[in-house]
Design a protein around this ligand. Structure first.
Ligand SMILES: [Ca+2]
Length: 303
């Protein structure tokens, strides 16, 4: 064997040893990134809990202050255990609101807490269909685009003072906690409005691709039960295809993240148009006719 052949063989042997090590390093890097994100979530929760325990009852007695401090210490200790279940336990004894129902006639931003997820802000609405509705999606001016990836839809995006999507994980946690109504308020470009109402809206967790588990009975001023064909369907984004169309991705075809079937019967997360158009990528409820405004809201209804 020549010297160069010898070197080639040595290089191949070294590569064979190095490649698995590089994979291991990459895997550890990913794990570290995940842990950093988790720690950041917990820090956010800790900041929130600190705020609750220090601002609540500000006019209370020294004894109560001491009690709050002890409680705060216990909460911090729990949170540093890096376990979300402990976060739930830590907040279980406090007076967190579970939904917008607790804020009655308010149409403002409030913080709520549901099991399995750190407390988060929601926009409440009491102006359209009575008190206590939590807005989960809003389209008003097209300033925020809805052609987003899976991670964005999972987490939520946009701004409460304009267009936004609350986030699939939060909607899942909210609707898992108790039975919910879904109210969809829609405005056309001629100024007229209509609504669709479903009495048992529930979506699954990420392990089931946030499947639209149920809608319940449909009612409303819209003559069309447009969401029905999306019932039982999984959520699809351009980077996570879970739809019923084997040859293509409905999120790409329809320009939206949605509980795609084959593909859309209604497309409320579609592209915003500034006027009425006929377009299958537009925000539409029926006949591919673009809508001017949409608001999707949920409210616990008991059982
Ligand atoms: Ca597909």
């Amino acid at each position: 064997m020549s010297k160069s052949e010898c070197k080639d063989t040595e290089t191949m042997v070294l590569r064979a040893k190095l490649d698995p090590l590089q994979e291991l390093v990459d895997s550890y890097k990913n794990q570290i990134q995940d842990l950093k994100a988790h720690v950041e979530d917990l820090r956010e929760s800790l900041r929130f809990c600190k705020g609750r325990t220090t601002t609540k009852d500000s006019d209370s007695t020294t004894s109560n202050d001491l009690k709050n401090q002890k409680s705060n210490t216990r909460i911090q200790s729990k949170l540093y255990d890096l376990d979300l279940k402990d976060t739930d336990k830590a907040i279980a004894g406090t007076s967190f609101s579970r939904s917008c129902l607790d804020f009655e006639e308010s149409s403002d931003i409030h913080q709520i807490s549901v099991p399995g997820i750190v407390p988060f802000n929601v926009l409440c609405d009491a102006t359209i269909a009575g008190p206590g509705w939590t807005v989960i999606q809003q389209r008003v001016n097209g300033k925020v685009h809805f052609y987003r990836d899976w991670a964005s839809y999972r987490k939520g995006f946009g701004s409460f003072d304009g267009d936004f999507f609350l986030g699939l994980e939060k909607i899942h946690r909210l609707t898992s906690n108790s039975r919910h109504d879904l109210y969809i308020h829609m405005e056309k470009f001629d100024g007229s409005t209509m609504y669709g109402h479903y009495d048992n809206f529930k979506i699954a967790g990420e392990e089931d691709h946030y499947r639209l588990i149920s809608l319940g009975k449909c009612s409303g001023t819209s003559r069309y039960d447009a969401l029905r064909s999306h019932e039982h369907k999984k959520f699809t984004t351009f980077d996570n295809d879970n739809d019923e169309w084997p040859e293509g991705n409905c999120a790409i075809f329809s320009g939206s993240g949605w509980w795609h079937d084959h593909c859309v019967n209604t497309n409320l997360n579609g592209k915003y148009f500034n006027s009425e158009v006929q377009n299958e990528q537009s925000i539409f409820w029926e006949n591919k006719t673009s809508l001017k405004k949409v608001k999707m809201m949920i409210r616990p209804r008991g059982n």
